[in-house]
Design a protein around this ligand. Structure first.
Ligand code: HEC
Ligand code: HEC
Length: 218
């Protein structure tokens, strides 16, 4: 190879390297901006919840308190679903609601995890079904309107209105007379935490009585 040719090759090599470096820098910057904007959305969502806004952020539970702790589903939930907020309990939604929540979370994870900057780890596409089945198995039981009476009484209406603010109204026959007051007390603390509509003590008592009247018998 002549000296001139060598020089030409060298210059071509340098040019290619420079173009590649510029392309990568621009691409990273673009990704960075995208990541920053999604991070900001997530942060806004969290601060809104702190200020009594209406966006739901899951109340965290401990991984050890998950149902079926040793299962793949529980492991996946712990690994993937506590990266942006606390670990969501499977009982906070019905199976149908989980499908919608999962679709939204998938989108958040795609936006934050795709491309060159891996900010969130995302399950392989084939494994999502395991997580979905796990959530569906331990999901909340929805109200069966056809087989529940007194729904159009004032107490029945208050129950449906107040108890469907974060999840669908639940089935009254999933708890006993003695269990319901404790469950409702816990819901009261979720209402305070999220700034949702709190009924008067009087209405809350009516809701508890409604739930007890239609509760599980044993
Ligand atoms: C990339 C960040 C991110 C990851 C990872 C993530 N979430 Fe979320 N999640 C959010 C944001 C932001 C919100 C609040 C806005 C909203 O609900 O759309 C939220 C809200 C929620 C809520 C409350 C909203 C509701 O409708 O009750 C639940 C439940 C939830 N996530 C479950 C999950 C599950 C299950 C996973 C794992 C598959 C997961 N999240 C992974 C960002 C994330
Ligand atoms: C501010 C949001 C919010 C409101 C309003 C709310 N819940 Fe819940 N609910 C949750 C969350 C979060 C969970 C999962 C964590 C837990 O069980 O405490 C849940 C879980 C449940 C469960 C399944 C867990 C179990 O112990 O069986 C039932 C049943 C339930 N709620 C009933 C009710 C009833 C009845 C009302 C109305 C008095 C109500 N919820 C109102 C947030 C809410």
């Amino acid at each position: 190879m002549k000296r001139g040719e060598k020089k030409a090759f060298l210059w071509i090599g340098i040019s290619v390297a420079v173009i590649a470096a510029i392309t990568i820098t621009l691409e990273v910057q673009h990704q960075d901006l995208q990541v920053v904007s999604i991070l900001k959305d997530a942060k806004d969502a969290v601060s809104m919840h702190k200020h009594g806004g209406s966006i739901n952020i899951p109340v965290g539970i401990e991984a050890d308190d998950l149902p079926d702790t040793e299962s793949r589903g529980a492991t996946m939930l712990t690994l993937y679903c506590a990266q942006c907020h606390e670990l969501p309990p499977p009982s906070m939604h019905t199976a149908a609601e989980w499908q919608q929540v999962i679709a939204r979370m998938k989108e958040f994870m795609r936006l934050r995890g795709g491309g060159m900057l891996m900010r969130t780890i995302t399950p392989p596409e084939k494994d999502w079904a395991i997580l979905e089945t796990y959530l569906a198995t331990h999901a909340q039981v929805p109200l069966d309107k056809k087989h529940t009476s007194d729904l159009d009484t004032p107490a029945g209406k208050a129950f449906q209105e107040i108890c469907s603010q974060c999840h669908g109204a639940p089935s009254p026959d999933t708890h006993t007379v003695n269990e319901w007051p404790r469950v409702v007390l816990r819901m009261k603390s979720h209402i305070i935490r999220t700034g949702k509509t709190m009924p008067s003590q009087d209405v809350l008592m009516q809701i508890i009585e409604y739930l007890q009247k239609h509760s599980k018998t044993s």
